[in-house]
Ligand binder design. Structure first.
Ligand code: RUB
Length: 320
């Protein structure tokens, strides 16, 4: 039942943000494995695989989600007994949750070094990895100021300004369309990521590419804070990142929409920022230029390219 609750919370966006979604799914699989009443290995595998599929389907864009699920489910691979399988899933889930939290802390330390005393930083959406860098810079005694966008239509900017305010950081709250008006007051843009593709493009909250384009035009550096499990292995084989399109009533109330029969609301939740607008991607393994995304996929996700081939049609990694 914990899986069903987690699915509900992710779909309603009570749990949101790529890192949190990944950890919540790892925890749901851990609980599912712990509480399973399966009597043999085959039925345990089936139960775990159907839970994994339901979790992966909750939100399509954040690659951290299938990556986390793949990692946790790989705990089943070598198991020959039910106990080994259960234990394998539990251990992998705990490892993922621990290393994910540790990764966010490491990124905060590395990212903070790119922030200078006196800098003004612009951030878009609500990314714990990006905010970690900003808060760590403040904590280390640097005097900084932040511009935070509103983030229509779900207003994740409100979460961001609350966190910044609680940390005692001087913050300016602006509507999304005001970014270009203030970009000359900004020294550095820091955002998070839902996915990083093999060519170094970053998928993040809708509007990120406009922010990055504006920053590039103004010669302001753009730093992306992204754990290695946000990198998308399957983009090596040409698979595209699916951009989630959410309900129109997040943008325009149903009663207004009904009165405008010729109007269709389009509500993509994410967009793609090309590598050329990004200066650095800060991961827990260090900061890299976006053009090095392939190296992260190859070296740090811990899956051989051969294994990608094997799992390409079978995301849970279990051989049929
Ligand atoms: C959240 C969003 C965040 C990334 C990174 O979108 O775009 O910038 O997920 O966040 P949504 P984090 O609110 O639609 O989930 O660094 O916390 O993983």
């Amino acid at each position: 039942m914990f899986v069903t609750e987690t699915v509900k919370k992710i779909k309603s966006m009570e749990i949101r943000g790529a890192g949190r979604i990944a950890r919540a799914c790892a925890e749901a699989l851990r609980r599912h494995a712990t509480e399973s009443r399966a009597g043999d290995l085959a039925s345990f595998r089936r139960e775990m695989e159907s839970a994994a599929q339901v979790l992966v389907a909750t939100r399509p864009t954040a690659v951290s989600l299938p990556n986390a699920v793949h990692l946790v489910m790989s705990g089943l691979e070598q198991a020959v007994t039910l106990d080994e399988a259960r234990n394998g899933v539990i251990v992998r889930a705990e490892q993922f949750i621990y290393s994910s939290q540790h990764a966010v802390e490491k990124i905060a330390q590395f990212g903070a070094r790119h922030i200078r005393d006196g800098d003004t930083i612009l951030t878009h959406c609500n990314s714990e990895a990006a905010l970690g860098c900003i808060i760590e810079a403040h904590r280390s005694g640097k005097e900084i100021e932040v511009f935070a966008t509103e983030v229509r239509p779900r207003n994740q900017g409100l979460v961001t300004i609350r966190t910044l305010n609680d940390a005692g950081i001087k913050t300016n709250f602006i509507v999304d369309s005001a970014v270009r008006s203030f970009i000359h007051d900004v020294d550095l843009v820091i955002v998070g990521a839902d996915a990083v593709t093999v060519n170094g493009a970053v998928v993040n909250k809708i509007g990120t590419s406009q922010v990055a384009h504006t920053a590039a035009e103004a010669r302001v550096n753009v730093l992306v804070a992204a754990e290695t499990y946000k990198f998308a292995p399957r983009t090596i084989f040409g698979e595209l990142i699916q951009i989630e399109e959410r309900a129109g009533n997040e943008v325009l109330a149903d009663e207004i929409s009904r009165s405008l029969p010729h109007v269709t609301v389009r509500n993509p939740a994410f967009d793609v920022t090309p590598a050329e607008y990004i200066d650095l991607i800060v991961t827990e393994a260090g900061a890299i230029p976006p053009q090095m995304a392939y190296i992260i996929i190859r070296e740090y996700l811990g899956w051989g390219i051969e294994e990608f081939h094997k799992t390409f049609e079978n995301p849970t990694g279990h051989e049929e």
